[in-house]
Design a protein around this ligand. Structure first.
Ligand code: ASP
Length: 318
């Protein structure tokens, strides 16, 4: 029997229910569903988990609804600096790019680095050049910019000046996309891609490209992709911490993920994650008002959600 499982998130930086229009949710829901379909197509033809997570993340990077690729957040200088990573739990091979400025699909560049067999991470202009040399499309900065992100930057700068940062919405502040998968051969993989925090200082790096923090996968244990204020995910080495709790304490995925999120509670930050373990359990906890998320279980049943409710979106076959 096909034991494949796929789970995705589009970040826990989401609008409150009352501020999200039906039209916006319909389109975001459709893009989440397309991301699940893209990843699931890889898994049902017997493909690898690492290919499935890349395929799913590419779809969300192309959507303006999530903070990655097209629609990524702007930094303080009004620039997009993009972070992404991908990890193959079968080999522990990983690739990451940090503060790239021109890569249309940052996860593809991270994958090219993973495939290099020698590198793990490249930064800034070097990441852009490496991507180009490996056939990954480059675009102008304007490709990434949307009106919503421009408004969010203006709003965060204004809030900084008038002392109302604490009342900024999660959607104004941040977001990320990510995917985790278990394939037919029992291999695990994870990928994460983000524009980071709105109004972040130039050069700021979050958890998303840090292997072990925002992204982690290890066969036999679990795969994790996080979303939330990355500085704290880095402190707690969140993805690796979840894997360690499962591997060394024998905790279930649900207990391990709930425990590490509870460890972040004192910081009062928005945080969430998606994860899958070696036997196909999925956990997708978050502590904000919502997290764009979805999954396809082994029987092909697919679901997506943003706030508390989860909506079935059909059976994708197995
Ligand atoms: N983790 C991302 C970062 O810190 C942001 C997010 O997921 O909301 O860059």
């Amino acid at each position: 029997m096909n034991q494949s499982v796929l789970a995705i998130h589009g970040g826990c930086g989401v609008l409150a229910r009352e501020d999200l229009s039906d039209a916006e949710w319909r389109e975001a829901r459709q893009h989440l569903t397309e991301a699940l379909r893209a990843g699931w197509a890889v898994l049902t033809r017997g493909g690898r988990a690492v290919d499935a997570v890349e395929a799913a993340v590419v779809v969300m990077e192309d959507s303006p609804h999530f903070n990655a690729g097209h629609g990524a957040a702007l930094n303080h200088d009004g620039l997009h600096e993009l972070d992404a990573s991908i990890m193959d739990g079968a080999t522990l091979a990983a690739g990451a790019i940090v503060a790239a400025q021109r890569i249309r699909n940052p996860v593809k560049a991270a994958r090219a680095i993973l495939e290099s067999g020698t590198l793990a991470m490249l930064t800034g202009p070097s990441a852009d050049l490496y991507a180009e040399a490996h056939g990954v499309e480059l675009v102008d900065q304007s490709y990434f910019t949307t009106e919503r992100r421009r408004d969010a930057l203006a709003s965060m700068i204004r809030r900084g000046q008038d002392g109302t940062l604490a009342s900024a919405s999660e959607a104004e502040k941040h977001g990320t996309v990510g995917a985790v998968a278990l394939d037919r051969d029992g291999h695990l993989a994870a990928a994460t891609s983000t524009g980071g925090y709105t109004n972040k200082p130039a050069g700021r790096v979050g958890d998303s490209p840090i292997i072990g923090a925002g992204t982690y996968a290890r066969d036999g244990v679990c795969a994790v992709s996080g979303t939330g204020q990355g500085e704290y995910f880095i402190r707690h080495v969140l993805g690796h911490e979840i894997a360690s709790r499962i591997a060394y304490l024998g905790e279930s995925l649900a207990t391990a993920t709930d425990t590490v999120l509870a460890d972040l509670a004192p910081y009062r930050i928005g945080a969430g994650l998606v994860s899958v373990d070696a036997t196909g359990h999925v956990a997708a906890p978050f502590n904000t008002g919502g997290m764009f998320r979805g999954w396809v279980m082994a029987n092909g049943d697919a679901s997506v959600g943003i706030h508390a409710e989860i909506e079935p979106v059909g059976n994708f076959g197995s």
